[in-house]
Ligand binder design. Structure first.
Ligand code: PBG
Length: 326
Protein backbone atom coordinates (compact mmCIF):
# COMPACT_ATOMS: atom_id res chain seq x y z
CA UNK A 1 0.00 0.00 0.00
CA UNK A 2 3.04 2.21 -0.10
CA UNK A 3 3.42 5.24 -2.31
CA UNK A 4 4.60 5.49 -5.05
CA UNK A 5 3.91 1.83 -5.97
CA UNK A 6 0.36 2.38 -4.80
CA UNK A 7 -1.41 5.48 -5.97
CA UNK A 8 -4.97 5.41 -4.64
CA UNK A 9 -6.00 8.10 -7.08
CA UNK A 10 -5.56 5.70 -10.05
CA UNK A 11 -9.03 4.23 -9.66
CA UNK A 12 -10.65 7.63 -9.23
CA UNK A 13 -9.42 9.27 -12.38
CA UNK A 14 -12.47 8.95 -14.61
CA UNK A 15 -16.20 8.74 -13.99
CA UNK A 16 -16.16 5.30 -15.65
CA UNK A 17 -13.53 3.96 -13.24
CA UNK A 18 -15.30 5.42 -10.23
CA UNK A 19 -18.54 3.85 -11.39
CA UNK A 20 -16.98 0.42 -11.83
CA UNK A 21 -15.20 0.33 -8.49
CA UNK A 22 -17.96 1.86 -6.41
CA UNK A 23 -18.52 -0.15 -3.21
CA UNK A 24 -22.06 0.96 -2.40
CA UNK A 25 -24.81 1.16 -4.96
CA UNK A 26 -28.14 2.73 -4.23
CA UNK A 27 -31.02 1.13 -6.06
CA UNK A 28 -34.55 2.53 -6.39
CA UNK A 29 -36.07 -0.73 -5.20
CA UNK A 30 -34.44 -0.36 -1.76
CA UNK A 31 -36.21 2.96 -1.18
CA UNK A 32 -39.51 3.48 0.60
CA UNK A 33 -41.63 6.60 0.06
CA UNK A 34 -43.53 7.89 3.12
CA UNK A 35 -47.05 9.07 2.24
CA UNK A 36 -49.51 11.02 4.39
CA UNK A 37 -53.20 10.55 3.76
CA UNK A 38 -55.74 12.80 5.41
CA UNK A 39 -59.37 11.98 5.88
CA UNK A 40 -61.81 14.28 4.13
CA UNK A 41 -59.38 16.02 1.79
CA UNK A 42 -60.50 16.41 -1.79
CA UNK A 43 -57.14 17.67 -3.02
CA UNK A 44 -53.59 17.38 -1.69
CA UNK A 45 -52.20 20.02 0.68
CA UNK A 46 -48.53 21.03 0.60
CA UNK A 47 -46.63 20.54 3.87
CA UNK A 48 -44.84 23.84 4.52
CA UNK A 49 -41.97 22.38 6.52
CA UNK A 50 -41.40 19.58 4.00
CA UNK A 51 -41.23 21.18 0.55
CA UNK A 52 -42.33 18.73 -2.13
CA UNK A 53 -44.34 16.55 0.29
CA UNK A 54 -48.09 16.62 0.70
CA UNK A 55 -50.96 15.52 2.82
CA UNK A 56 -52.82 13.40 0.31
CA UNK A 57 -56.44 12.76 -0.44
CA UNK A 58 -57.52 9.18 -1.10
CA UNK A 59 -57.22 9.92 -4.78
CA UNK A 60 -53.90 11.74 -4.79
CA UNK A 61 -52.25 9.12 -2.57
CA UNK A 62 -52.89 6.55 -5.27
CA UNK A 63 -51.36 8.87 -7.88
CA UNK A 64 -48.29 9.46 -5.68
CA UNK A 65 -47.87 5.73 -5.11
CA UNK A 66 -48.21 4.98 -8.82
CA UNK A 67 -45.59 7.60 -9.56
CA UNK A 68 -43.24 6.09 -6.98
CA UNK A 69 -43.72 2.63 -8.45
CA UNK A 70 -43.13 3.90 -12.00
CA UNK A 71 -39.87 5.43 -10.83
CA UNK A 72 -38.86 2.00 -9.47
CA UNK A 73 -39.36 2.67 -5.75
CA UNK A 74 -39.75 -0.54 -3.73
CA UNK A 75 -42.33 0.43 -1.16
CA UNK A 76 -44.43 3.08 0.52
CA UNK A 77 -45.16 3.65 4.19
CA UNK A 78 -48.50 5.12 5.05
CA UNK A 79 -49.42 7.59 7.79
CA UNK A 80 -53.00 8.60 8.45
CA UNK A 81 -54.46 11.89 9.60
CA UNK A 82 -57.97 11.12 10.84
CA UNK A 83 -60.85 13.60 10.89
CA UNK A 84 -61.59 12.84 14.55
CA UNK A 85 -59.32 11.95 17.44
CA UNK A 86 -60.15 10.47 20.84
CA UNK A 87 -58.23 10.03 24.10
CA UNK A 88 -57.54 6.33 23.56
CA UNK A 89 -56.72 6.46 19.87
CA UNK A 90 -59.52 4.05 19.00
CA UNK A 91 -59.60 5.46 15.47
CA UNK A 92 -56.25 3.83 14.73
CA UNK A 93 -57.95 0.44 14.53
CA UNK A 94 -61.13 1.53 12.72
CA UNK A 95 -61.45 -0.63 9.58
CA UNK A 96 -63.34 2.27 8.01
CA UNK A 97 -60.53 4.70 8.89
CA UNK A 98 -58.43 6.63 6.42
CA UNK A 99 -55.43 4.25 6.43
CA UNK A 100 -57.42 1.06 5.76
CA UNK A 101 -59.31 2.94 3.03
CA UNK A 102 -56.04 4.06 1.45
CA UNK A 103 -54.54 0.57 1.76
CA UNK A 104 -57.49 -0.95 -0.08
CA UNK A 105 -57.24 1.62 -2.86
CA UNK A 106 -53.46 1.29 -3.12
CA UNK A 107 -53.48 -2.50 -3.13
CA UNK A 108 -55.90 -2.48 -6.04
CA UNK A 109 -54.13 0.24 -8.03
CA UNK A 110 -50.44 -0.46 -7.38
CA UNK A 111 -50.29 -4.16 -6.45
CA UNK A 112 -46.53 -4.60 -6.65
CA UNK A 113 -45.54 -1.66 -4.47
CA UNK A 114 -44.84 -3.01 -0.96
CA UNK A 115 -47.29 -1.30 1.38
CA UNK A 116 -46.13 -0.66 4.91
CA UNK A 117 -48.58 0.58 7.53
CA UNK A 118 -47.09 2.60 10.39
CA UNK A 119 -48.66 1.49 13.66
CA UNK A 120 -48.88 4.13 16.39
CA UNK A 121 -51.56 5.99 18.30
CA UNK A 122 -50.10 9.51 18.13
CA UNK A 123 -52.03 10.57 15.02
CA UNK A 124 -55.26 9.29 16.61
CA UNK A 125 -55.10 10.52 20.20
CA UNK A 126 -56.44 13.93 21.19
CA UNK A 127 -53.26 14.49 23.26
CA UNK A 128 -50.89 13.35 20.50
CA UNK A 129 -49.17 10.72 22.60
CA UNK A 130 -48.19 7.34 21.22
CA UNK A 131 -50.13 5.44 23.85
CA UNK A 132 -52.98 5.60 26.33
CA UNK A 133 -52.38 8.27 28.97
CA UNK A 134 -53.31 7.60 32.59
CA UNK A 135 -53.13 10.10 35.46
CA UNK A 136 -53.39 13.89 35.36
CA UNK A 137 -51.04 16.84 35.24
CA UNK A 138 -47.59 16.02 36.57
CA UNK A 139 -48.71 12.41 37.15
CA UNK A 140 -49.75 11.84 33.54
CA UNK A 141 -48.02 8.82 32.14
CA UNK A 142 -48.20 6.68 29.01
CA UNK A 143 -49.47 3.31 30.15
CA UNK A 144 -47.41 0.67 28.38
CA UNK A 145 -49.44 -2.49 28.83
CA UNK A 146 -52.85 -0.86 28.32
CA UNK A 147 -51.59 0.46 24.98
CA UNK A 148 -50.57 -2.92 23.57
CA UNK A 149 -54.06 -4.22 22.67
CA UNK A 150 -54.82 -0.93 20.87
CA UNK A 151 -51.69 -1.27 18.77
CA UNK A 152 -52.43 -4.91 18.08
CA UNK A 153 -55.96 -4.10 16.92
CA UNK A 154 -54.64 -1.41 14.60
CA UNK A 155 -52.05 -3.78 13.12
CA UNK A 156 -54.73 -6.38 12.40
CA UNK A 157 -56.98 -3.76 10.77
CA UNK A 158 -54.13 -2.68 8.47
CA UNK A 159 -53.16 -6.25 7.59
CA UNK A 160 -56.78 -7.01 6.73
CA UNK A 161 -57.01 -3.89 4.58
CA UNK A 162 -54.02 -4.96 2.49
CA UNK A 163 -50.82 -3.87 4.26
CA UNK A 164 -47.90 -6.06 3.20
CA UNK A 165 -46.07 -5.20 6.42
CA UNK A 166 -46.97 -3.50 9.67
CA UNK A 167 -44.43 -1.21 11.30
CA UNK A 168 -44.96 -0.34 14.96
CA UNK A 169 -43.34 3.03 15.71
CA UNK A 170 -44.74 3.63 19.21
CA UNK A 171 -41.79 2.23 21.24
CA UNK A 172 -43.94 0.54 23.89
CA UNK A 173 -42.23 -2.49 25.45
CA UNK A 174 -43.69 -5.77 24.27
CA UNK A 175 -45.60 -4.43 21.31
CA UNK A 176 -43.98 -6.67 18.73
CA UNK A 177 -45.03 -9.76 20.66
CA UNK A 178 -48.55 -8.42 21.17
CA UNK A 179 -48.90 -7.57 17.49
CA UNK A 180 -47.48 -10.95 16.39
CA UNK A 181 -49.95 -12.80 18.61
CA UNK A 182 -52.89 -10.73 17.37
CA UNK A 183 -51.94 -11.15 13.71
CA UNK A 184 -51.58 -14.90 14.16
CA UNK A 185 -54.91 -15.15 15.97
CA UNK A 186 -56.54 -13.24 13.11
CA UNK A 187 -55.16 -15.68 10.56
CA UNK A 188 -52.42 -13.30 9.41
CA UNK A 189 -49.46 -15.54 10.18
CA UNK A 190 -47.70 -14.43 7.01
CA UNK A 191 -47.87 -10.68 7.63
CA UNK A 192 -44.36 -9.54 8.54
CA UNK A 193 -43.50 -6.99 11.20
CA UNK A 194 -40.95 -4.28 10.55
CA UNK A 195 -40.32 -2.89 13.99
CA UNK A 196 -39.02 0.58 14.66
CA UNK A 197 -36.67 -1.13 17.10
CA UNK A 198 -34.14 1.62 17.75
CA UNK A 199 -36.12 4.80 17.62
CA UNK A 200 -34.55 7.81 19.27
CA UNK A 201 -36.23 10.83 20.85
CA UNK A 202 -35.08 13.16 18.08
CA UNK A 203 -35.41 16.83 17.25
CA UNK A 204 -35.51 15.77 13.61
CA UNK A 205 -39.16 14.61 13.78
CA UNK A 206 -40.45 18.18 13.95
CA UNK A 207 -41.73 18.57 10.38
CA UNK A 208 -43.38 15.12 10.48
CA UNK A 209 -45.52 16.21 13.38
CA UNK A 210 -46.86 19.07 11.22
CA UNK A 211 -47.54 16.63 8.42
CA UNK A 212 -49.21 14.03 10.62
CA UNK A 213 -50.82 16.62 12.92
CA UNK A 214 -49.46 14.65 15.84
CA UNK A 215 -47.36 16.85 18.15
CA UNK A 216 -47.81 15.93 21.81
CA UNK A 217 -50.09 18.49 23.48
CA UNK A 218 -48.01 18.28 26.68
CA UNK A 219 -44.67 16.74 27.58
CA UNK A 220 -42.50 14.88 25.10
CA UNK A 221 -41.73 11.36 23.94
CA UNK A 222 -38.72 10.73 26.14
CA UNK A 223 -40.48 8.21 28.37
CA UNK A 224 -40.49 5.72 25.50
CA UNK A 225 -38.16 6.88 22.71
CA UNK A 226 -34.44 6.30 23.19
CA UNK A 227 -31.78 8.70 24.42
CA UNK A 228 -29.55 9.66 21.44
CA UNK A 229 -26.54 9.07 23.67
CA UNK A 230 -27.20 5.31 23.81
CA UNK A 231 -26.13 2.65 21.32
CA UNK A 232 -25.73 -0.53 23.42
CA UNK A 233 -29.35 -0.03 24.42
CA UNK A 234 -30.31 -0.02 20.75
CA UNK A 235 -28.85 -3.51 20.44
CA UNK A 236 -30.98 -4.64 23.38
CA UNK A 237 -34.08 -3.14 21.75
CA UNK A 238 -33.31 -4.95 18.51
CA UNK A 239 -32.59 -8.26 20.28
CA UNK A 240 -35.86 -8.07 22.15
CA UNK A 241 -37.93 -7.20 19.09
CA UNK A 242 -36.38 -10.07 17.13
CA UNK A 243 -37.16 -12.44 19.98
CA UNK A 244 -40.78 -11.25 19.94
CA UNK A 245 -41.03 -11.98 16.24
CA UNK A 246 -39.88 -8.93 14.30
CA UNK A 247 -38.98 -9.90 10.73
CA UNK A 248 -36.96 -6.76 10.07
CA UNK A 249 -35.80 -3.92 12.29
CA UNK A 250 -35.46 -0.20 11.82
CA UNK A 251 -33.07 2.44 13.07
CA UNK A 252 -34.42 5.98 13.20
CA UNK A 253 -33.38 8.68 12.51
CA UNK A 254 -30.83 7.32 10.05
CA UNK A 255 -28.26 10.06 9.56
CA UNK A 256 -27.42 10.72 13.21
CA UNK A 257 -27.24 6.97 13.92
CA UNK A 258 -25.05 5.46 11.21
CA UNK A 259 -22.97 3.72 13.87
CA UNK A 260 -26.11 2.06 15.23
CA UNK A 261 -27.12 0.85 11.76
CA UNK A 262 -23.68 -0.70 11.34
CA UNK A 263 -23.67 -2.36 14.74
CA UNK A 264 -27.16 -3.79 14.27
CA UNK A 265 -26.23 -5.19 10.86
CA UNK A 266 -22.97 -6.72 12.08
CA UNK A 267 -24.45 -8.18 15.23
CA UNK A 268 -27.76 -9.61 14.01
CA UNK A 269 -27.49 -10.08 10.24
CA UNK A 270 -31.20 -9.49 9.78
CA UNK A 271 -32.87 -7.12 7.33
CA UNK A 272 -32.19 -3.58 8.53
CA UNK A 273 -34.21 -0.55 7.50
CA UNK A 274 -33.22 3.02 8.27
CA UNK A 275 -35.53 6.01 8.28
CA UNK A 276 -34.13 9.27 6.98
CA UNK A 277 -36.66 11.42 8.79
CA UNK A 278 -38.52 14.62 8.07
CA UNK A 279 -35.95 16.93 9.69
CA UNK A 280 -33.06 15.43 7.77
CA UNK A 281 -34.98 16.11 4.57
CA UNK A 282 -36.18 19.57 5.61
CA UNK A 283 -32.67 20.70 6.62
CA UNK A 284 -31.24 19.97 3.19
CA UNK A 285 -34.29 21.42 1.45
CA UNK A 286 -33.98 24.66 3.41
CA UNK A 287 -30.26 25.00 2.71
CA UNK A 288 -30.76 24.18 -0.98
CA UNK A 289 -33.51 26.79 -1.26
CA UNK A 290 -30.95 29.38 -0.15
CA UNK A 291 -28.40 28.11 -2.63
CA UNK A 292 -26.16 26.84 0.17
CA UNK A 293 -26.19 23.19 -0.90
CA UNK A 294 -26.87 21.30 -4.09
CA UNK A 295 -29.93 19.26 -3.14
CA UNK A 296 -29.44 16.31 -5.45
CA UNK A 297 -25.76 15.76 -4.65
CA UNK A 298 -26.35 16.24 -0.93
CA UNK A 299 -29.35 13.91 -0.85
CA UNK A 300 -27.56 11.15 -2.74
CA UNK A 301 -24.50 11.49 -0.52
CA UNK A 302 -26.64 11.11 2.61
CA UNK A 303 -28.57 8.16 1.18
CA UNK A 304 -25.35 6.45 0.08
CA UNK A 305 -23.92 6.87 3.57
CA UNK A 306 -27.01 5.21 5.07
CA UNK A 307 -26.68 2.28 2.67
CA UNK A 308 -22.93 2.06 3.31
CA UNK A 309 -23.60 1.90 7.04
CA UNK A 310 -25.53 -1.31 6.44
CA UNK A 311 -29.15 -0.41 5.71
CA UNK A 312 -30.86 -2.78 3.28
CA UNK A 313 -33.93 -0.58 3.02
CA UNK A 314 -34.08 3.20 3.32
CA UNK A 315 -37.23 5.15 4.10
CA UNK A 316 -36.80 8.62 2.65
CA UNK A 317 -38.91 11.54 1.50
CA UNK A 318 -36.62 11.69 -1.54
CA UNK A 319 -37.53 8.12 -2.59
CA UNK A 320 -39.47 8.95 -5.75
CA UNK A 321 -37.16 11.77 -6.78
CA UNK A 322 -33.99 9.82 -5.95
CA UNK A 323 -35.24 6.85 -7.96
CA UNK A 324 -35.43 9.23 -10.91
CA UNK A 325 -31.90 10.51 -10.28
CA UNK A 326 -30.56 6.95 -10.11
C1 PBG B 1 -44.92 8.04 15.07
C2 PBG B 1 -43.90 8.38 14.06
C3 PBG B 1 -43.10 9.53 14.01
C4 PBG B 1 -42.31 9.41 12.86
C5 PBG B 1 -42.64 8.20 12.24
N1 PBG B 1 -43.60 7.57 13.01
C6 PBG B 1 -43.12 10.74 14.87
C7 PBG B 1 -42.73 10.68 16.27
O1 PBG B 1 -42.25 9.69 16.79
O2 PBG B 1 -42.93 11.71 16.90
C8 PBG B 1 -41.31 10.43 12.41
C9 PBG B 1 -40.92 10.37 10.99
C10 PBG B 1 -40.27 11.60 10.47
O3 PBG B 1 -39.90 12.53 11.21
O4 PBG B 1 -40.12 11.67 9.24
N2 PBG B 1 -46.11 7.61 14.49
Amino acid sequence: MKYPATRLRRLRRTPALRRLFRETRLAPEMLVQPLFVKEGLDRPVEIASMPGQRQHSLRSVVEAAAKAREAGVGGAILFGVPARKDPRGDGAADPAGVVPAALRALKAAVPDLVLIADVCLCEYTTHGHCGIVVGEGPHAEIANDETLPQLARAAVAYAEAGADLVAPSDMMDGRVGAIRAALDAAGRKETPILSYAAKYASAFYGPFRDAAESPPSFGDRKSHQMDPANADEALREVAQDLEEGADAVMVKPAGPNLDVIRRVKDRFQVPVAAYQVSGEYAAVKAAAARGWLDERTAALELLTAIARAGADVVLTYWATEAAGWL
